[in-house]
Design a protein around this ligand. Structure first.
Ligand SMILES: [Zn+2]
Length: 269
């Protein structure tokens, strides 16, 4: 048994000098599987090459991040669609809605999100959902696919228990819990008491949202046990139970048990 970091951007510029080492440090910390969510074409090559160098432990999502939806969004979506034909992805995303970032492309964000959920259904993949200041719109957008078998994760979940109940109604969805759980007075620490472990996956969102005691510094996947430990403390259970259940959740959601060896490299014929 081992941990899964279901949301980590170790291919980010923040790891320009030590991305490979960060993957290895995660493994040493017991974080055996990592999922890299996609952002856009500007960072994708780096993501795929890092994943390819660590194919035993790293899996990728393919998609267009809502903060990267701008005038060129359709070309970006087309690129994702083409890549899905050749590249082994375990999820679509991250996609979703970010009205905190900007409402300028609100309509396009919604359309991009909807198209990517169609991709997910077509490919039988889960969706990695990013939602910021857009809870209602996100739930509505996902709700339009209810009953069609679409599943996924609401990453960096910080909503209320009422919002979780709405997510629960979608059927088969998970919430991603990360470093914010370790912050003093974080409301999610209260909410998570009422969220069944069976619906939780762990994530760091590296290089952001660094857990205590490293808060303020760069986050990395090796810190997953700090989040697991806090979750165990809040729920009054052993960390091994958190490990077992959240890993099983992640493996089930992303189909990590059935990943065949060898990923098709980008550009390969
Ligand atoms: Zn992310």
């Amino acid at each position: 048994m081992a941990f899964v970091d279901t949301h980590t951007h170790l291919y980010d510029e923040a790891f320009a000098s030590d991305a490979d080492l960060a993957v290895l440090r995660a493994g040493q910390a017991g974080v055996k599987s990592l999922i890299f969510p996609d952002i856009d074409s500007s960072t994708r090559e780096r993501m795929l090459s890092l994943a390819s160098a660590h194919r035993d432990s790293v899996h990728v999502g393919l998609g267009l991040h809502p903060t990267s939806v701008n005038e060129g969004w359709r070309d970006e979506i087309d690129a994702v669609e083409r890549l899905l034909e050749t590249e082994k992805a375990v999820a679509i995303g991250e996609t979703g809605l970010d009205f905190w970032w900007s409402r300028e492309y609100q309509t396009q964000q919604l359309e991009s999100f909807r198209i990517q959920m169609e991709f997910a259904l077509g490919k039988g993949l889960p969706v990695i959902v990013h939602s910021r200041e857009a809870t209602e719109a996100t739930l509505k957008a996902v709700g339009q696919f209810r009953g069609q078998g679409l599943t996924g994760v609401f990453h960096a979940f910080s909503g209320s228990i009422e919002t979780f109940r709405e997510i629960e109604k979608l059927g088969g969805w998970y919430v991603g819990i990360g470093g914010v759980l370790t912050f003093r007075n974080a409301s999610i620490a209260d909410t998570v008491k009422d969220i069944p472990l069976e619906r939780i996956v762990l994530e760091t969102d590296s290089p952001y949202l660094t857990p205590v005691p490293h808060r303020g510094k760069r986050n990395e996947s090796a810190y997953i046990p700090l989040i697991a430990s806090r979750l165990a403390q809040i729920k009054g259970i052993d960390i091994s139970e958190v490990e077992e259940v959240t890993t099983r959740n992640a493996e089930r959601l992303f189909g990590l048990q059935n990943i065949p060896d060898g990923r098709t490299d980008i550009g390969q014929k």
